[in-house]
Design a protein around this ligand. Structure first.
Ligand code: CMC
Length: 377
């Protein structure tokens, strides 16, 4: 039986999940029941992915095994590296990521397998390779030699090492790790939904992940973090922030990094990123960015908080990533590194109890129209 049309599927429950729980009114996000704040404080990205993939925290030995497996797969397959180093240097990193994730399917001898144990193996490989792809592409486009992965490092440390050619400080590595944890999963967000829709046809993990990367790129979704940085760069001074925002609101422009379909209160991920952004801004001499962000937040609170529009995950991510040293166009690909963990978890969950996604559509066109021969039109 058809349910009433809901534009953008707002309020429609389209799947069941055991992974993330969101209470948008109270500003709660939990992964498998654990509040996101506790994970940001105590966990690691690798442990968080294990949690999502297994619905429980790992024991010491399990985490060591899982981590070792991931680290053993950091190196890109030869064919992928060869393809990567032929990509146009002026390609946008998100387009490169989409192509490279898809390309992994070309060299998999059994790309179409959809049994859960095999899909899990493929998921680990994708999780391990994506940071290498991004770091390599960034170096390739700058004409710099590739820095091989270091299997003694965590995903966060290794990514920054391959990107910059120097091991990150413990503070930077931890900041990166916390960002990954906060971005790993988030209910039936657009890219996760895209991945679940594709895999529900019993297609393959590469197709599902490729669709998800494409979805994430959009400025209404993961692309918003880059939009925030563009905005911060456009605002000349801290004192100029208020007028800039009010002018945009008067023109009915959306302010990037604000608003959310589910959260009608403060996004709990933004709470943590705000603290992180402030600390890193102080450490790296970027307090002007943090202060501009605070002024934007204050202006938005006065202008639109009554409508339930608050900072979302992308708002303070921008300052955080800038302070970590990431160039602007790596902000959204950085989100990919994290969200691969969530996408894979949802792909596995969908396959474990699959039913094809095939919603209805309300037809709003004419009926019983006579065909007009081409010469009479
Ligand atoms: N700036 C100004 N006004 C806004 C904003 C914003 N960022 N977000 C929503 N509104 C207003 C909107 O103009 C509308 O007002 P009115 O009812 O007067 O016409 C009302 O709030 C409802 O907006 P909507 O676009 O119908 O809400 P939605 O649930 O479809 O959109 C959203 C959610 C995230 C797409 C939207 O808030 C937005 O475009 N935000 C900016 C982009 C952004 O930061 N995206 C990242 C989302 S969080 C991370 C992720 O998912 O990747």
């Amino acid at each position: 039986m058809a349910t009433p049309y809901s534009k953008g599927l707002e309020g429609v429950v389209a799947a069941e999940t055991k992974m993330s729980f969101i209470d948008g009114e109270k500003g709660i996000l939990e992964y498998v029941g654990i509040p996101i704040g506790q994970l940001a404080e105590h966990s690691t990205f690798e442990e968080t992915v294990f949690l999502l993939w297994n619905s429980r925290l790992p024991k010491k030995g399990e985490l060591a095994d899982f981590t070792a497996t991931i680290r053993g797969l950091y190196d890109l397959p030869e064919q992928i590296e060869a393809m990567l180093t032929r990509l146009p240097k002026d390609a946008q990193p998100m387009h490169a990521m989409r192509t490279l994730v898809s390309a992994l399917g070309l060299i998999d001898p059994k790309p179409n397998a959809t049994d859960v144990p095999t899909v899990r193996q493929k998921a680990v490989k994708i999780l391990a390779c994506v940071p290498t792809m991004l770091a390599y592409f960034h170096r390739h486009r700058q004409g710099l030699p590739l820095i091989r992965p270091d299997a003694s490092l965590s995903i966060a440390e290794n990514f920054l090492y391959m990107l910059n050619g120097a091991k990150p400080t413990p503070t930077m590595a931890r900041a990166m790790d916390v960002c990954l944890i906060l971005h790993t999963d988030h209910g039936l967000n657009n890219s996760t939904f895209s991945a679940r829709v594709v895999i529900s046809t019993l297609s393959d993990i590469y197709s599902a992940m490729t669709a998800a990367v494409g979805s994430l790129r959009g400025p209404l979704h993961g692309g918003a973090n880059e939009g925030v940085m563009v905005m911060l760069n456009e605002i000349p001074t801290v004192d100029g922030a208020e007028a800039y925002i009010l002018d945009k609101l008067a023109r009915k422009d959306k302010i990037m990094g604000f608003g959310h379909r589910v959260y009608k209160s403060y996004d709990p991920r933004a709470t943590h990123l705000k603290v992180l952004a402030k600390q890193l801004a102080q450490d790296t001499g970027n307090m002007d960015l943090y202060e501009k962000s605070s002024r934007i937040e204050k202006t938005m609170a006065e202008a639109v908080a009554a409508k339930g529009i608050y900072p979302n995950v992308d708002f303070y991510s921008a300052t955080t990533y800038h302070c970590i040293g990431l160039p602007l166009d790596l902000f959204t690909p950085m989100f990919v590194i994290a969200r691969v963990g969530g996408w894979a978890a949802h792909i596995i969950e969908q396959l474990s109890d699959n039913r094809l996604f095939r919603p209805d559509v309300d037809y709003t066109g004419p009926h019983a129209v006579n065909y007009t021969p081409i010469d009479s039109r």
